[in-house]
Design a protein around this ligand. Structure first.
Ligand SMILES: [Ca+2]
Ligand SMILES: [Ca+2]
Ligand SMILES: [Ca+2]
Length: 308
């Protein structure tokens, strides 16, 4: 499929962006005020490329920590990967929420002690261009970190992915981070499969401007806007430099490419609007280009007729 995205990227570069935006009604967004503590019913679920809501019902984390295991499927609508966009303290922000198998604790106090990351494909070519998420260490408070893809790896599947040194660390506060037991009654399995207990929600937010700056630094020649086409991968990890614990949307870790059923979401723009399937967009772009060709042919024909 690499050819597809290369071809599509070429068409996008050749097609006036405003035309694509006009076709699909993508316009300016008036961001609502949001909070990391908003009810889950106000968040959007994320869809798989094939159109269904991405789910991860199984206890399939690979390293033994139930508190780092994503859960969520269609049971009572309790999904595990949510998104919303809006303003927090006047700043345009991306807000992500995950449902985890078990509420972690440190000496009896609820606390997330693992690592959750997202990987972003910001240029539609199938590889991850930026990682970010919640990082914790030896008793440290969670921080929001950014990491560049390891340049020596292709970053197209779990076993070809590597995360570089973290940077841009953001201290977590009650405004950009929330971790608590769910209150919607959901209880997927714990470390002991078949013994359910309450799930946990981990929610964090990052400023869009920070996201834009770091993603653009990885994508030479690209400008990231609220209308840019993005797709997301979510995973947990025992280390900050690898994809080794639970990939949201697939069983276990696997070796499948992210863009071939390996965990990437459908394409979205940053403001949370789902983008029509890329093939539809390509067809529309081809239609525009063919229409342009007809117009040019008619003009040329008309000019020739006048000459004659
Ligand atoms: Ca899982
Ligand atoms: Ca990419
Ligand atoms: Ca999984």
């Amino acid at each position: 499929m690499t050819w597809f995205f290369e071809a599509y990227s070429a068409i996008r570069r050749a097609t006036p962006y405003v035309a694509i935006g006009a076709i699909f009604g993508v316009g300016m967004v008036s961001a609502a005020v949001v909070s990391v503590t908003d009810n889950v019913s106000t968040f959007s679920t994320l869809q798989s490329p094939s159109g269904g809501i991405l789910s991860d019902a199984t206890y399939d984390q690979q390293t033994g920590q139930g508190a780092d295991d994503f859960v969520g499927d269609s049971t009572n609508g309790h999904y595990g990967f949510y998104y919303k966009f809006g303003q927090i303290n006047g700043t345009d922000s991306l807000v992500f929420r995950f449902r985890l198998n078990l509420l972690g604790d440190q000496q009896g106090v609820p606390k997330f002690t693992g690592n959750i990351r997202l990987g972003i494909d910001g240029d539609m070519n199938g590889d991850i261009d930026l990682y970010f998420g919640v990082s914790t260490g030896q008793g440290q408070n969670p921080e929001i970190v950014f990491q560049n893809p390891d340049a020596g790896k292709t970053n197209v599947s779990p076993n070809t992915s590597g995360l570089g040194t973290s940077y841009g660390n953001i201290v977590t506060t009650t405004s950009n981070y929330h971790y608590s037991a769910v209150t919607d009654g959901s209880s997927y399995h714990t470390n002991k499969p078949g013994v359910p207990n309450a799930d946990a929600f981990l929610t964090f937010a990052i400023p869009f401007s920070t996201f834009k700056t770091y993603l653009e630094s990885q994508l030479t020649g690209h400008t990231i806007t609220l209308e840019s086409y993005l797709r997301f991968l979510a995973f947990s990890s025992t280390q900050g430099n690898a994809v080794n614990q639970d990939v949201y949307g697939i069983t276990g870790i696997g070796t499948v490419r992210y863009d071939q059923g390996g965990g990437f979401t459908q394409f979205y723009n940053a403001s949370g609007k789902i983008i029509p399937e890329a093939s539809t967009v390509v067809q529309a772009a081809m239609f525009l280009l063919s229409g342009l060709g007809v117009v040019l042919w008619r003009r040329k024909r008309s000019a020739t007729a006048h000459v004659g």
